[in-house]
Design a binder for this molecule. Structure first.
Ligand code: 9Z3
Length: 284
């Protein structure tokens, strides 16, 4: 695939230019699952990629080089607040004035960090899986200096190529879908793609009672370094860090801070940077 080849050579160059830095490899946004080969219909999910985009900003501010692997058209660092840009423009003759608070700073930050962030996009689950492998291959030699941050909302189910109809499914009768369980790529990430990296996955649930047991089970199964557990509804103000052989750590953003515009990703990345630092010290 030429597209992936371009990504590989661009990424190679990027990593050469950032060879003295720690690397945060972030995945962000939702994966799409096609239902037809000539796709008209698909399964998708809610994620806009806020978690990944905000986290990327804090990793950059913390000195990391960032590989931002995101769903096409999902939110990106610095521009993420300005999706409704055109609603805020005042146009007088040829003059365009934009009074949006923070816009100037965002443009400045975008420029400041442009040499330290590399973008890779995906849309479908297949593209997500193959790009994940390619990027891991490129960063592998950074060893423990790589922090993998799997924030993308990845589909657990998909339609296999063998069972996928070629053409648009007809709508003259009820439709039964058979979805297969998607492979858990985290297993490959930890055991084969980047075995020396610090790997953080996210666990998303809607039922509080299942959150910590599921996070702990994922850690036990894949033996990676950290699961950040979050509930859909409260994800912007509360997360739990779950590690093996340590007590669960709750991180919360107070209502006052939230109202002032603070973001929980700042606290997440602060703590994560410390954990990564310890990890590097013990693995060098
Ligand atoms: C998350 O849990 C992220 O925090 C969110 C962020 C997707 C909730 P937003 O895009 O939301 O900021 O609105 N991501 C991981 C979800 C996931 O798919 N995890 C899988 C699992 O739980 C695989 S690691 O099994």
């Amino acid at each position: 695939m030429t597209l992936l080849k371009d990504v590989e050579s661009g990424l190679h160059e990027f990593l050469k230019n950032n060879s003295t830095r720690r690397v945060a490899f972030i995945t962000s946004g939702g994966t799409q699952v096609p239902l037809e080969k000539n796709m008209v219909r698909f399964i998708d999910n809610f994620s806009m990629g806020t978690r990944g985009a905000v986290s990327a900003e804090f990793f950059l501010r913390g000195g990391y080089a960032v590989i931002f692997m995101h769903r096409e058209d999902s939110l990106k660092p610095f521009s993420r607040r300005f999706n409704n840009l055109f609603d805020s423009l005042e146009i007088a003759g040829d003059e365009v004035v934009c009074q949006l608070p923070g816009l100037k700073e965002a443009v400045q930050d975008h420029r400041t960090y442009s040499d330290r962030i590399f973008y890779v996009s995906f849309k479908t689950l297949d593209q997500y899986m193959s790009s994940l492998e390619k990027v891991c291959n490129e960063v592998k030699h950074f060893g423990s200096l790589v922090l993998v941050y799997l924030a993308a909302a990845v589909s657990d189910f998909y339609v296999t190529q063998e069972t996928m109809p070629t053409h648009k499914m007809s709508s003259d009768k009820d439709l039964s879908l058979r979805l297969s369980l998607a492979p858990k790529v985290i297993e490959r990430v930890v055991n084969s793609y980047v075995p020396h990296a610090f790997v953080t996955s996210f666990k998303l649930e809607t039922d509080e009672g299942k959150l910590i047991p599921k996070a702990a089970a994922a850690l036990e199964k894949y033996k990676h370094q950290l699961v950040i557990a979050n509930i859909l509804e409260s994800r912007k103000r509360r997360v739990v860090f779950v590690q093996r052989n340590a007590d669960a750590e709750v991180i919360t953003l107070s209502p006052e801070k939230l109202a002032q515009g603070a973001e929980i990703e700042e606290l997440i990345i602060d703590r994560l940077t410390q954990l990564h630092e310890d990890f590097i010290a013990h693995n060098n």
